[in-house]
Each structure stands twice: as C-alpha cells, then as structure tokens.
Design a protein around this ligand. Structure first.
Ligand code: NAD
Length: 478
C-alpha cells in the first residue's frame, strides 16, 4: 500500500499542474529505522520562478467561491478515503505514533472541510459614511479580494495538517499558493498535491516546491511577484522571512515554551495525566507542548507523583505499533541537543524525576523539578519530550512566572476559581488561554496564533482568510 503511494508521483515538483522530476534529489528517511523511503526533487531558482509565473497566471482564470468550495470539499473527502495510507506516510516520515498520525489525517480533512465552508462566506461590511456631514448622498461597503500569490512555508512536526492550514484558506480565499514543505517531511505535502489534482483544482493554483529551506526560501523571499508569505516554524527563520520581505504581508506562527498552571483546587490526577500527555505527545515536538508546569504548593507533591506515574506508563518505541505513545525525534542531532540541555539543567541544580536518557534518535519522557526559569529547558523552546515542573504560592506570582518568557502562544490553567481564571485571562500574555485544560488544546477552526516571539497573525481557516485577503473600500455617490 505504502509503496504504491510513495512511488507514484511523490518525488517530483508540482508546478502549473504538472509533475517535474529533477536530477538532484533529497532523501527522505523513515525516522524510526533511518532507512531511505523516498527521493524527492530539489527545486532550483528557475523552478521557483516558474511556480510564481504559473500561480500568477492562474489568478486570471475563473475560480468562483462555489468552485473553491467544491474542490476543497472533494479534497477533504479524498484525504479521508486515503486515511490509512497517509497515516502510514506520517508514521514513517515524522516518526509520529500511528494513532496520532491517524488523528492528524482526520484533522487535516476537517481543516479542508472548514476551509471549503468558509469559501462561501467571504464578505466585507457596510460603512455608514453618509453620517459624515457633506457625504449624505454617498453609501459605502467593503469587499474582500484575494491578496494574489501566497508563499506558504511549513515545519516538519505536523506536516499534513499545518500544510492544510495554509493551502485550505489560501485557496478558499481565491489565491494561488506556492508551498515549500519541510525538507524532512515533504512526502505528505506531495501526496496532498496529488489529491488536489484529483479533486479538480485548476492548474497553477497550487504549486509544491521541495528542497532545502534556506535556499528555496531565499528565492521565494526575493521574488517580488509574491504578495504574501505565511510561515510556520522557528522564530529564527521567522525573523529571516520578516526581514527579507520588505513591506509585503507576512503571517508568522512561531515557537513557544508553553506554560500550564495547576491551581490548588484542580483535579490532581486528571490534570497530571493531561499534562504528561501534552508534554510528551509527538515526542514533545508540538508548538503548544506543555514545557513549563506551575503547580500550587498545596498540591505539588500529590500532582508530581501522579504525573511521574503517567509519564512512566507511556510506551516509547516503534511508531508503527498501535500501542506506542512516543516515537523517535525528528533527527539524532535534535535528541542530542535535548540531552545536552537536560544535562546542563541537572548540572545547574535541577532534579531529574524520570527519563533523562537518550538512545539514538529516542529521548525518554523527562520530568525535571527544582528548576530555575533561566535554565535553557525553561527559557528556550525545548521542542522535545521534556517538562519542567515548578511551584508557586500566590496568583500574581505565577502569572508573573508564566509571563517571564519571550514567547506567548498558548497557556493552560486548571482551576474552577472564577476570579483567578478571569484575572489570568486578562493578564497572561498569550494568544490563547485554555481554562481547565493544558496549553496543548487546539481544534482547527479556532483562532490560533501568538504574541511576542510566538508570531503575528492568526490561523484557523476563517482567521487565516482575513490575513489572506485585502479589505477594499467601495464608495458610491448618487
Ligand atoms: P524551521 O524554522 O527550521 O523550518 C520551518 C520551514 O522553514 C521548513 O520548511 C524549512 O525548510 C524552512 N526554512 C528553513 N530556513 C529557511 C529560510 N532561510 N528561509 C525560508 N524558509 C526556511 O522549523 P522546524 O524545525 O521545521 O519546526 C519547528 C518549529 O516550528 C518550532 O519552533 C515550533 O514551535 C514551530 N511551530 C509553530 C507552530 C505554530 O502554529 N505556532 C506549529 C508547529 C511548529
């Protein structure tokens, strides 16, 4: 099944509705076995320029809102029909456990379905300009028009659904999209292009360029025909894109060192199990992974005991095995980086409660206590299966600790204390605060995006489409 999928067209570039196989190739590894599972083409500057030209040309062909709805809906259905094969690809190219991989395909299908629905709801608003003295004989409204050519650059960790979060709204809003997926995990994006082809997407509306990020990214950002860049990935690359695109539109979905507060009235076992699950799923390689937990002193010991128990119950191993909870990290060098940060924290006084071991590309689920918020495992984004558990006594103290971060994507707060929840809602500096769950909660139609170094702009198809359209004012005079 998998070979059929991988060997079809999955190693070419997708430009102007055609597959173009290049001589220079990038190897895609199975992240568990480290075997090569595919060779994909490396795009050159001429391919980037051909994609931009095709994308621009496609904007002149009719693609009505209802046609966009039909294509996106069909693509969503095809994704579901191919759920098992696509999940298998995610298991291999990401190392994501099977149940999570199936969940990602289902969510990707939903993201496209929501985008399809939103394609029928693009609208501006009436503007009461007649209320201005001298404008009594005028009426005005706004309309939303596509920005044009959108370049989408995506990360390795959720390669199918995060691609759908850009391609879905981009197409629904009437744009043409040029997609540059992460080099480690480009296969699922190429398979998605095949699905769009089968769903009847007009040529040039979606182009997929694979290869090295820095090189293709440079060609993309220097091409002045591109109207908008939508990027999900690291703050380092986000900054490069922001600085190299001048005054063009840029949406950035970046990293975080997400905090979750467990207040003294929280349900101890439930919150501990949820925190462990969201610290370690996808081996901690999730932008809203629980990385910093702040537990009220009154329940700290009991919470820690439950969280350690939950972490120890997680099965680390082959992601293709349905009973596995935690698979390999994306690359051995990332596991080594995590190992170094944990070792450094321990040398600085942190206490290892569980985990702390690396085996090749695997890193064991790790809980640290007695941490200092200046340690790398707290201050930086770990993007690995490591969580630092700290304590607090006062509400204002913990709010300050959460805000003592360069990042601000999402945070969690377990409490039924309404006044604390209200205070936290106002004061915690994040794009989203999740009450009675961890920072790791997300459904695909909610507005999602960060403040501070976590980025600018929102995703969730409705919100992404606001970013991917221009609001144009029309004034009528009688
Ligand atoms: P990354 O920044 O290394 O790579 C992301 C993409 O950028 C890849 O496609 C890569 O090829 C490309 N790229 C690399 N250099 C480039 C350059 N100079 N110009 C243009 N593009 C370039 O990130 P990653 O390691 O793939 O993903 C992990 C990061 O993504 C973490 O920081 C994580 O928090 C973040 N992330 C954020 C969200 C969110 O929604 N906020 C979601 C998932 C991941």
């Amino acid at each position: 099944m998998m070979n059929d999928i991988l060997l079809k067209n999955a190693y070419g570039l997708f430009i102007d509705g055609k597959w173009k196989v290049k001589n220079s190739k990038l190897l895609v590894l199975n992240k568990y076995s480290q075997e090569v599972i595919a060779e994909i083409s490396i795009a050159e500057e001429q391919d980037v320029n051909a994609s931009v030209a095709a994308a621009k040309k496609a904007l002149n062909t009719s693609f009505s809102p209802y046609d966009r709805f039909r294509v996106l809906k069909k693509a969503s259905e095809l994704l579901l029909e191919q759920k098992e094969g696509l999940a298998d690809v995610l298991v291999q190219e990401v190392g994501k456990p099977l149940t999570e991989s199936i969940g990602e395909v289902e969510r990707a299908a939903l993201t496209l379905e929501i985008s399809a629905e939103e394609a029928k709801r693009i609208h501006g608003e009436g503007v009461p300009i007649e209320s201005a003295p001298g404008s009594e004989n005028r009426k005005a409204m706004t309309i939303r028009t596509p920005v044009g050519v959108v370049a989408a650059i995506t990360p390795f960790n959720v390669p199918l659904n995060l691609v759908c979060h850009k391609v879905g709204p981009g197409l629904a809003a009437g744009n043409s999209v040029i997609l540059k997926p992460a080099e480690e995990t480009s296969l699922s994006a190429l398979l998605l292009a095949e699905i769009f082809e089968e769903a009847g997407l007009p040529a040039g509306r979606l182009n997929v360029l694979t290869g090295e990020g820095a090189e293709i990214g440079g060609y993309l950002t220097s091409n002045q025909e591109i109207n908008m860049y939508t990027f999900t990935g690291s703050p380092r690359v986000g900054q490069i894109i922001r600085e190299s695109t001048g005054i063009r539109k840029v949406a950035l979905e970046l990293g975080n060192n997400s905090a979750t507060i467990v207040h003294r009235d929280a349900a101890i076992k439930e919150s501990a199990v949820a925190a462990a699950q969201k610290s370690f799923n996808n081996a901690g390689q999730v932008c809203i992974s629980v990385q910093r937990v702040f537990v009220h002193q009154d329940i700290y010991e009991a919470f820690l005991e439950e969280m350690i128990k939950a972490a120890k119950a997680l099965k680390v191993g082959d992601p293709a095995d349905a009973s596995t909870n935690i698979g390999p990290m994306i690359a051995a060098k990332e596991a080594i980086r995590v190992e170094n940060w944990v070792d450094e924290a321990i040398s600085q006084g942190a206490q290892l409660q569980v985990g702390g071991k690396r085996d090749g590309v695997f890193y064991q689920p790790t809980i640290l206590t007695n941490v200092d918020q200046e340690m790398k495992v707290c201050r930086n984004e770990v993007f690995g299966p490591v969580v630092a558990v700290d304590t607090y006594r006062e509400e204002d103290e913990v709010i300050e600790k959460v805000n003592n971060s360069e990042y601000g994507l999402q945070a969690g707060l377990f409490t039924n204390d309404l006044s604390f929840a209200m205070k936290a809602a106002e004061k915690i500096e994040v794009g989203g605060l999740i009450i009675n769950d961890t920072s790791g909660y997300r459904v695909d139609h909610m507005p999602y995006g960060g403040v501070k170094k976590s980025g600018t702009g929102k995703e969730g198809p409705k919100y992404a489409m606001e970013e991917m359209t221009e609001e144009k004012l029309i004034v009528f005079q009688s």
